[in-house]
Write a new protein. Structure first.
Length: 394
């Protein structure tokens, strides 16, 4: 069992009228001039942005805005936000959107008072000592960035996607209204649930078998998300199940399901190169990589894969053949991905065969020019990364 500190300071305001509290909360956490950061037209069409502006105005809180965040958020827009905040004297950032918007907001918040290039933080060349406070009005449950310490940014120069984690980046508050997710397209809903299940699996597949309560919590999250996603795909305005998913995304990535265990994150690292190179949806990329990773590493803790098969995927336990049970669990997960419209290999993800040259380039980037490993259940060297990419081709 791993010793741990659990830190989750974000104030969660959850419910149908939760956004009504935005001005009060900004004031509570010291904001006097706010950058409202958002993505595309959906925040505008839904009326949410107009409502946020109105509430800030009613609270006498000055604000400026910056839109244009896209999936796999871009460094160039974050740098634009940094300059805007400096010019306007912004002291608080409010992200209105999903994980990409929140991650972009975190990058901006790091950069405003940082003296160098904010990209150096993500490269591991520098550590920030302070950042602007941020908060989130969540519209897309998936990444869990609304309660996590993590952010991921894509540098268009070389299509490099890197993550950075620091507890300073945990949002001061997160406003969550499940009704704001009713209009999410089915694909986005499914990819989001895939991401939150994967956040749980990155912590679940570990060599630590003695933190039983954490394992029980992780299994409960995965089972509940599996059930809820089918219900909302059938009925997009199912408030009860939309609420399960919205809260599930936060629970999956606020650290709770990783207490007392050594987490892995190899699938995420491998996927970052997929979405960096092909600009695919992150959750779909995870679905395309995970089955191959699972088959490659399952013998590092076969009993954990058996437990997953039985307790999460409802596979009968063949006690005489644990490997067979584990493989059936992986196959059941593949059927689940297909049932919700997710790919299970790279060909399904990008619509063509990935080339040998592309595999080698993703391996080079994932290994940082062959200088680093990733993963914990099985520590992956560059040759392991390449082998998994090849397994995941089709």
């Amino acid at each position: 069992m791993k010793d741990f500190n659990y830190y989750a300071p974000t104030e969660v305001v959850f419910g149908e009228e939760s956004e009504e509290q935005v001005a009060r909360l900004v004031k509570k956490y010291g904001g006097t001039k706010v950058l409202v950061h958002y993505g595309g037209n959906s925040a505008v069409r839904s009326g949410l942005l107009e409502k946020v502006y109105k509430l800030l105005d009613q609270g006498n809180i000055a604000h400026v805005s910056l839109g244009g965040v896209v999936p796999n958020p871009r460094l160039s827009l974050a740098k634009e936000g940094i300059e805007l905040c400096r010019k306007e004297g912004v002291d608080f950032i409010l992200a209105v959107g999903g994980g990409s918007v929140i991650d972009s907001a975190k990058c901006i918040a790091y950069g405003v008072d940082f003296k160098g290039d904010v990209w150096d933080i993500y490269l591991g060349k520098a550590e920030p000592t302070c950042m602007l406070p941020i908060a989130a009005v969540l519209t897309i449950p998936a990444a869990g960035s609304e309660m996590s310490e993590a952010s991921v940014i894509t540098n268009e120069d070389g299509d490099v996607k890197l993550g950075y984690s620091n507890n300073m980046a945990r949002p001061k508050f997160a406003i969550m209204n499940p009704r704001r997710t009713f209009t999410l397209p089915p694909y986005q809903t499914a990819a989001g649930v895939t991401d939150m299940i994967m956040h749980t699996m990155e912590r679940y597949f570990t060599k630590d078998d003695d933190m039983d309560l954490t394992t029980d919590l992780a299994e409960a999250v995965m089972r509940r998300m599996k059930t809820a996603v089918f219900d909302v795909l059938k009925n997009p305005e199912d408030y009860r199940q939309r609420a399960q998913i919205m809260w599930g995304g936060s629970i999956a990535h606020n650290g709770l399901t990783g207490c007392g265990v050594h987490d892995d994150w190899a699938t995420h690292q491998l996927e970052h190169e997929l979405s960096g190179m092909f600009d695919v949806t992150h959750g779909a990329g995870l679905a395309a990589i995970w089955p191959s990773w699972a088959r490659y590493v399952m013998h590092e803790n076969l009993s954990r894969f058996v437990r997953f098969a039985v307790n999460v995927m409802d596979v009968p336990n063949d006690f005489s053949n644990p490997e067979g049970t584990a493989l059936k669990g992986i196959e059941a997960m593949e059927r689940f991905y297909h049932a919700i419209g997710m790919p299970i290999n790279i060909k399904e993800l990008i619509g063509r065969d990935v080339t040998d040259a592309e595999i080698k380039e993703m391996t080079r980037k994932c290994s940082r020019d062959f200088t680093r490993t990733c993963g914990c259940l099985k520590v992956l060297k560059a040759e392991d990364m390449e082998a998994i990419y090849r397994m995941a081709r089709h």
